[in-house]
Design a binder for this molecule. Structure first.
Ligand code: SME
Length: 138
């Protein structure tokens, strides 16, 4: 991820596009970044259907819960989650992986799939490793 020819925003956008294009079951890929004083998440680069959820309060939805728990959240069936923010009715499963900089949870990658129970430990390990690389940009 050491690229000097493009900005960090452009690099994050390329990561979204690469994941989306390479993995057929990654149907929406995006970053949210935290504003710790406001306790809100803000949508960063993403690919997939446009979402109304540009700002998410800490604690709300899967993303908001990860902002507070600092843990990876894998959802096999979004219809079974009571604290969930639906961006699209075709989304069936989701994985959210936090990004840590000096121990602080600065944001996360959110991946949605149209296939139920599709995210495995392999996705978790892969995305965690990728978020360690992303953290180095901060
Ligand atoms: N489903 C997420 C909201 C973000 S959209 O999927 C892009 C959630 O429950 O936090």
């Amino acid at each position: 991820l050491e690229r000097e020819d493009i900005t960090r925003e452009e690099l994050l956008q390329e990561i979204c596009e690469l994941l989306y294009d390479s993995l057929a079951y990654y149907n929406w890929v995006g970053f949210y970044f935290a504003n710790h004083s406001q306790r809100t998440l803000h949508l960063g680069p993403y690919i997939g259907e446009a979402t109304d959820h540009v700002t998410i309060p800490f604690g709300k939805g899967i993303c908001g819960q990860v902002a507070e728990s600092n843990d990876v959240f894998v959802v096999d069936d979004v219809t079974k989650e009571t604290n969930y923010i639906a961006c699209s009715l075709v989304v069936k499963s989701e994985i959210v992986v936090p990004i840590f900089v000096n121990g602080l949870n600065i944001g996360q990658i959110d991946v949605d799939s149209h296939t139920e129970s599709v995210f495995t430990n392999e996705d978790k390990v892969f995305l965690e490793a990728l978020m360690i690389e992303v953290a180095k940009l901060y």
